[in-house]
Design a protein around this ligand. Structure first.
Ligand code: SF4
Length: 436
């Protein structure tokens, strides 16, 4: 077996030496060999110093030497944190990170020199063990939530928001794509809050700086060449930034954005943001920028104290917003939720009646919207194949929760195929198509 070899040049103070030790330890633990010559190395890591001018010069010279002798160089250390100094002097370096960045250096190494695979010790493939089919995967970007919606106990179960380092998220996404995944479903408790807890810290991916922030992450995921679908997007103002990425085809024009209600008083009782006029104006604007946009949302009916008028305001909103997909639930108290203390619970039979009215209205909307797709050509991703044909999804359908596109003549297709179909029929939730 050809074991990959990494050359290492360590410059600078004892803190830099410790950083080098950490990187070397990880490299050896993962099975890389350390080469003491440029010639034998598959790539070289240079840990730099940027403290005084002479140290900068020494570091730049060391990088130049490694490039001349080997050609494939990853730079880390203090000089890497000094803006574009390294890239300006040596544009050919593969990646640049700041100091104390073992994870980012390892990401860059993995990207340019894949880790040796040992079937006897590598029990887990790089993309990890997945419960989803091979062609799509959930990408969890954070854990916990900083909000305190009164009907929800997630923050008390999972704590406040903790965002995963953006480089880790991107490496996982890249590994998934390398393993054949064609659709990444970005999930969290609150996707739009990504990075708030780390003050949108700049991380690194592929040697480039990348902010720990939803829009920047979505744009980076959009470069991987697969479908990227955004879920659980809390309706913050900066969600607007995603819409141009959708219009440009970088991520799917699909937004799962839970509004929960439309009446201001109920939203306040829920401790949720929003004002239905604003939301409607935003939706209108989004559709102007990206006419294909598919909107999915969830609502709670029969929240404590909800009056008939307030519920009707929600129905008016649903009618006006013309959302593509809607999930609705009758409020039910969860042990420990603040909303349990609110007065005037809505009787269960009224809750169920309101739920049925809302779903009935939404079914009408959905049916009309799906009818408009007849005659259109859509790219679909095949989820299942049997003797009756294939079951697939378009950009407008998330797995498990949205509709499907049935292809009657699709028996010869394979799960994970992406094909174009012309839509021939529709019902309340699903479409039928013929291969083109
Ligand atoms: S409903 Fe969502 S946003 Fe609200 S507290 Fe729960 S997890 Fe957070």
């Amino acid at each position: 077996m050809n074991i990959p070899k990494v050359g290492f040049v360590s410059l600078g103070c004892p803190k830099a030496t410790v950083d080098s030790e950490h990187i070397l330890t990880r490299l050896r633990a993962e099975g890389y060999l350390i080469s003491d010559t440029y010639k034998d190395a598959d790539l070289v890591v240079v840990n730099t110093c940027g403290f005084i001018d002479s140290a900068v010069e020494e570091s730049l010279d060391a990088i130049g030497e490694a490039l001349a002798e080997n050609g494939r160089v990853i730079v880390t250390g203090c000089l890497g944190a000094k803006g574009d100094v390294v890239k300006l002097a040596h544009p050919k370096v593969l990646a640049v990170t700041g100091p104390h960045a073992t994870d980012e250096v390892m990401e860059a190494v993995h990207l340019h020199l894949p880790k040796p695979h040992d079937p006897y010790t590598d029990l887990v493939p790089p993309q990890g063990i997945r419960l989803t089919p091979k062609h799509y995967a959930y990408l969890k970007i954070s854990e916990g939530c900083n909000h305190r919606c009164t009907f929800c106990i997630i923050p008390s179960l999972r704590g406040d928001l903790v965002s995963r380092p953006v480089g880790d998220v991107m490496t996982e996404a890249q590994n998934l794509v390398n393993a054949g995944v064609k659709e990444l479903l970005v999930i969290s408790q609150d996707t739009s809050a990504y990075g708030v807890d780390v003050k949108y810290r700049t991380g690194f991916w592929g040697g480039r700086p990348l902010k720990t922030r939803m829009t920047e992450l979505a744009a980076a995921l959009g470069t991987l060449g697969v479908w990227v679908r955004m879920h659980y997007v809390y309706p913050y103002p900066h969600v607007d930034e995603l819409i141009p990425l959708m219009a440009e085809g970088k991520i799917l024009p699909y937004l799962d954005i839970p509004f929960q209600h439309a009446n201001q008083r109920i939203l306040k009782l829920m401790k949720r943001p929003g004002n239905s006029d604003n939301v409607l104006a935003r939706i209108k604007k989004w559709r102007e920028i990206c006419p294909e946009l598919t909107l999915r949302s969830t609502f709670i009916v029969g929240f404590p104290g909800e009056t008939e008028e307030e519920f009707e305001e929600l129905l008016d909103f649903i009618e006006e917003a013309q959302l593509d997909r809607v999930g609705a639930f009758a409020y039910s108290p969860v042990d420990g939720a603040a909303a349990n203390e609110l007065p005037d619970p809505v009787p269960p039979e009224v809750q169920q009646e309101r739920l049925a009215r809302l779903m009935w209205l939404q079914e009408e909307i959905s049916e009309e919207k799906l009818k408009l797709k007849i005659g259109k050509t859509m790219t679909v991703l095949v989820d299942e194949v049997d003797e009756e044909g294939a079951i697939s999804r378009s950009f407008a359908d998330a797995p498990e929760i949205d509709g499907q596109v049935y292809i009657n003549e699709g028996q010869h297709l394979k799960v994970g195929d992406m094909v174009d179909v012309v839509i021939t029929d529709s019902d309340t939730h699903d479409l039928w198509g013929e291969l083109v």
